[in-house]
Structure formats: structure tokens, C-alpha cells
Unconditional design. Sequence first.
Length: 437
Amino acid sequence: MTKGIIIAAPASGTGKTTLTLGLLAALRARGVAVGAVKSGPDYIDPAFHRAATGRPSVNLDTWAMGPDLLDGLAARAAESADLLVCEALMGLFDGVAGVGATGTGSTAEIAARTGWPVLLVVNAKGQSQSAAALVKGFATYRDDVTIGGVVLNNVGSLRHTSLAGTAIEALGIPLLGALPRAPDLSLPERHLGLVQADETEGLSDRLAALGRFIAGHVDLDRVVALAKPSQAGRGSDAPALPPPGQRIAIAQDAAFTFVYPHLTAGWQAAGAELRFFSPLADEAPPLDSDAVYLPGGYPELHAGRLAANHVFRDDLRAAAERVPVYGECGGYMVMGETLEDADGVTHKMTGLLGVRTSFAKRRLHLGYRRASLLADGPLGAAGTPLMGHEFHYASTLSRGDDAPLLQATAADGSDLGALGSRRGLALGSFVHLIARG
């Protein structure tokens, strides 16, 4: 049975992604069949996992996913792999105030459910023996979560490593590595996180360098030996969301990239055919498609080009006369009347919906969403419960006179009112859907 391990940390920005990607690359270079998954709602990290492992990576989300879906995704991710590495989000115990389908969304809940040990990345900058106090707190916070080992990050010298490492090992927790400061190995970032894997220049070389770095400073054999098989069940193979059609046209390019792998894999497993097209290349959705999906991404970075692509715009409008067209976040923005970019320039979009959005008037919208459909459509019947999240900086200037798509609450139960838009066969919202509730 495939064994698993979780790479987690006390907080964001501590070095989880550096250790995860370097570990994946180093093990793959050794011939280990290593797979990866990501805890929580994240589109960007799984693409880097796939680049490092050569295998698909999926998200495991205890707030948005029920137990059958969660266990099924973990089990399928482990198939034909020798080792499965789960990259945590934020701090190990960080979640939201309201309980969702299985929990609060913390990585600790995945650790407790699967029994996978945690390899804790600790930023040692500015401390030495005090790092042991932090590790002790994490090791004793929950009885059902095991801290199996520690990797120190940002160590300044062998003496620094010795002081912190000796104190940690006195707790009975092994020190499995110490990473010196290496700013040259950092990956480029922008407003929603890392620049995406497909857009990162020289990614293969960067991953290889990370692999060599981790192999040189982490005991890979002891890390692999730390892993354990999952104690969770096999779960279900049912899709997280039913396919919106039999032949689904999906926009895919640098402007439309935020597609959850578990959704498309589930649609295909349910018998749907996926047809990809590029709005940035002025391509139209295939004529024989019976549903069109415009996922999120970065249309605000390509608004002028999208506005000029008349084949895409005209054929999408024609498609919406025949089949459902659904947009999420960035896709929703492109379905609207106008999009104002960061420079304050307003670009005409497809006009399938009346919403007008702005990236110039930036405000962070972030959080889980529990929603129900307000009318029958390709996502389900009216009243169907859905789980998802928002993560964007765009603001809504006006919504037009379209009917709303969703009735929503935040994770803590606070009422968010009606969200999104629907007009004829066109529908969309800023909510990234993860699963049915």
C-alpha cells in the first residue's frame, strides 16, 4: 500500500513549497514513483506538483469535500505511486470558523484522517533552542496528529543548526534536514501567488536545482521511512460535480487556467468528453459541444487581447444561444459587459451577462462559500447545495439586470445574499465550485 507524508509548517511563507517541490524532484531523480496532493483550495501548487512528479496532483479539502470524495481522491492519487506527498496550506492547524463537509479545512484534519505523519518545516531565522518550544507545542496540540520529523529553514551556520536541532531531538522528534538561506532558488510571484507553472521560465531547470538543494540538505532516506499508509477508506469514485454536458468545451490558456483537476477527472470518469480551446488564440468553442466552461485565471492581464478576439467573442455568443455557457471568477468577468484593467482602461467583454468588473479598484475577496442554486440549470436543480470559495481582487461595478445565480453564506454562516448572474443559457459567478454540499 502506498505510504504518505505531509509537509506542513507553523505559518505561510515558511518554506513548505520549497521543501515539497525539492523533495518531489529529488525523489523522482532517484527513480521513486512519487505523487503529490495539495491541502485546501489552491490552483497553482498542484500544477507545480505535476511538473515535478510527472503525475496529476489534486486538492484535498476537508471544508468543501465530504468523506467519500476526500477519501476517494486520496486513494486515486496514491495509485501506482511509491510515496504520496501532501503539501499543507497556511499553518498546520489553520482553518476557518465554520465547519464544512468534513471539517474546518485545516491540514491537521487530513493528517488525523489519514494518519500520515507530518514533516514540519520550521523557520529558524532569529532563534535557536526556542525552535524546540514551538515544535513541542505543535507536537502536543492534537493527540491524533503526529509530528514525525522537522526540517529547519533559513539556518545561518552549523552551530545554529546544532543549537536548534539538539533541542528539537531532545523532544524525541528527529531533525531530518537543515536548509541554508537560498534566495536564488525562490520562484517568481504575482498577485494571486506564484507565477503559474506553465508560465515560469526554465521551470525544469529550477525544479532540478531545487531537487539538488534538498537532496544536499535533507536526509531523503529517513523522510521516506517516515511515511505511513493511509488509514482512511477507499472512498467513492463519484464526481464531485456532475458534468454540465456530454461534450464540454473548456477554455484553456494563460487567461483561463484555474480548473480543479478533480472536477475534470470526475467528468471524464462519468463519461464526458473534454474539448479544449484558447480564447487568447481567438479560437471558438467546438461546434459540437453541448456545454461551455470558462474557468478562472488571469483575464485582467489579457483584457485588451480578449476584447480584440472577435471569433472567440462572436462564436461564444452564438454558442450561448444553443448550449449552457458557465463562467467562474475570471470566466465570469469575461462573460460580462466590460472589464477594467489595472491601468484603468475599460475593455469590452462578451456581453453574455450584464456584470461590469474592475481590477483597477482592487479589493481582496477571500473565503469559503456555501451556496444553493436559485434556478434549474447545468449545475443542478434549484436548491442544489454547492461548496466553493472566492479568491480574487476584482470588484463588481454593476451587475446589470440579470437574475442572480446563487444564494450564499460564508464559512462562518454569515449571509452573503445573492451572488452571480444568469441570463438565458449563460450563467456565472465569482465562486470557484469544488463539490456538491
